[in-house]
Design a protein around this ligand. Structure first.
Ligand code: ADP
Ligand code: MG
Length: 150
């Protein structure tokens, strides 16, 4: 099952992210896909807020990984610049640890992603409109989507 949500404003994106954040649990993995400016980092910032993270979350493009403490800790990855790397950067420890992980441009490390995860695609439509598509992989994320979209 694939879930779609039409979004009309940045504020609606923030609401969706905060609703999702309330349902997140330890070691959940979310992947974010979408063109530059689609809203991946904006969405992540609001999830962080929903996780009780008070530090400012900004794009980790140049550092690949940023970690934050909250109700649940957060690993925020942007692997855009890893496109040509074959290095084993110890993803498993990261993805199976306590923190929630959010990975922008996740398809670039497809082989290193855990099989169970929630894939989120953001399509930029005109102006501030966006289409969010949620594809759950595994029972945990199927249930999460059922709750989120009920
Ligand atoms: P990405 O991380 O996908 O490259 P960003 O989140 O950094 O994208 O940037 C998204 C830009 O689009 C921001 O400037 C944000 O203010 C703007 N924006 C406008 N409408 C929306 C929306 N509905 N959802 C998310 N961002 C939006
Ligand atoms: Mg970004």
């Amino acid at each position: 099952m694939i879930y779609e949500r039409m979004i009309n404003s940045e504020q609606e994106t923030e609401q969706l992210a905060q609703q999702l954040a309330e349902l997140l649990a330890s070691s959940d993995v979310l992947t974010l896909e979408g063109d530059l400016g689609a809203g991946k980092t904006t969405f992540t910032k609001s999830i962080a807020k929903g996780l009780g993270i008070t530090r400012n979350v900004n794009s980790p493009t140049f550092t690949i990984l940023k970690q934050y403490e909250g109700r649940l800790p957060l690993n925020h990855l942007d692997v855009y610049r890893l496109a040509d790397s074959d290095e084993d950067l110890g993803w498993d420890e990261l993805f199976y640890g306590e923190a929630v992980s959010i990975i922008e441009w996740a398809h670039l490390i497809n082989e290193d992603l855990p099989p169970e995860r929630l894939a989120i695609q953001i399509h930029r439509l005109e102006d501030d409109k966006r289409k969010f598509t949620f594809t759950p992989f595994g029972k945990r994320y199927e249930r999460l989507c059922e709750e989120l979209f009920e």
